[in-house]
Design a protein around this ligand. Structure first.
Ligand SMILES: [Zn+2]
Length: 258
């Protein structure tokens, strides 16, 4: 039986990570977020197998917007398939932050986008709606029932981790849910020892869905393939990821949650 590697759709990795350190991730595919364009620039100079560097503009990054330029963002986004971490925050949802987030989303069509919305869910959904953005993954989403419904209407996906309570996980449509660690945040709660360590999350999802951990693992890639199609991102996606997504789908629909 072909074993799928671990998938982590939102983690933070030092841009100077070494080949030896990456080897300890055991073949995991990790969507490695950056918070500023400078961090993204440094990360891109350090390509590593299994690490997919994203170009980010984190709302909470100190001095993140001081030297921010749309032209620089577009240059770094280049032909890549992945943008993140972007979004708004309870402490960063001023007009300027919203304008920047809108510019970022408009410049990120045809890409997968990992979006932060802590304490600013309505504002984030508003801008996603205004820009008709597809390919959005709402990371560690803690919206209300109504906000989840609105996010689904807007075509959003969700990345979840083992620190999220069962009732929150159950409130999200399983066929739009992807795994994350948000490493190194809240490590004691996510129980992730490193980026790509999604074992605790998979055990939780296996318990909630009554699917085997192997099936849960495979379903992540089916969902990822659906996201790729939905975001019209397929020609930008690295071959290894595209192959995993199609191997997982195998022409069969994913299992229902209930
Ligand atoms: Zn993050």
């Amino acid at each position: 039986v072909f074993a799928f590697p671990a998938l982590d759709c939102h983690a933070h990795v030092d841009p100077t990570v070494t080949r030896a350190q990456v080897a300890t991730l055991q073949g995991a595919h990790v969507f490695a977020m950056t918070r500023t364009l400078d961090e993204a620039r440094r990360a891109q100079r350090n390509p590593q197998p299994g690490l997919h560097w994203a170009v980010g503009t984190h709302p909470g990054a100190p001095r993140g917007l001081e030297n921010w330029e749309l032209r620089d963002f577009k240059g770094l986004a280049g032909s890549g398939f992945l943008v993140g971490e972007i979004g708004l925050d309870r402490r960063a949802s001023s007009t300027r932050h919203r304008d920047t987030f809108r510019d970022v989303l408009r410049a990120s069509s045809g890409r997968v986008k990992s979006v932060h919305s802590a304490g600013a869910v309505n504002q984030v959904l508003e801008v996603i709606d205004e820009t008709s953005s597809r390919g959005v993954i709402l990371h560690w989403f803690l919206g209300s029932r109504d906000q989840v419904d609105r996010a689904v209407e807007l075509g959003c996906f969700f990345s979840v981790n083992a620190a999220m309570p069962d009732e929150v996980l159950r409130s999200l449509p399983y066929e739009r849910v992807l795994p994350e660690t948000d490493f190194p945040a809240s490590r004691s709660k996510t129980r992730a020892s490193k980026p790509g360590d999604i074992r605790a999350l998979e055990a939780t999802v296996s318990r909630l869905t009554r699917l085997s951990p192997e099936r849960v693992r495979r379903n992540w890639y089916i969902t990822l393939g659906r996201l790729f199609r939905d975001a019209a991102v397929e020609e930008r996606v690295p071959t290894a990821l595209a192959q995993l997504a199609s191997a997982a789908a195998g022409g069969r629909p994913p299992d229902p949650l209930r």
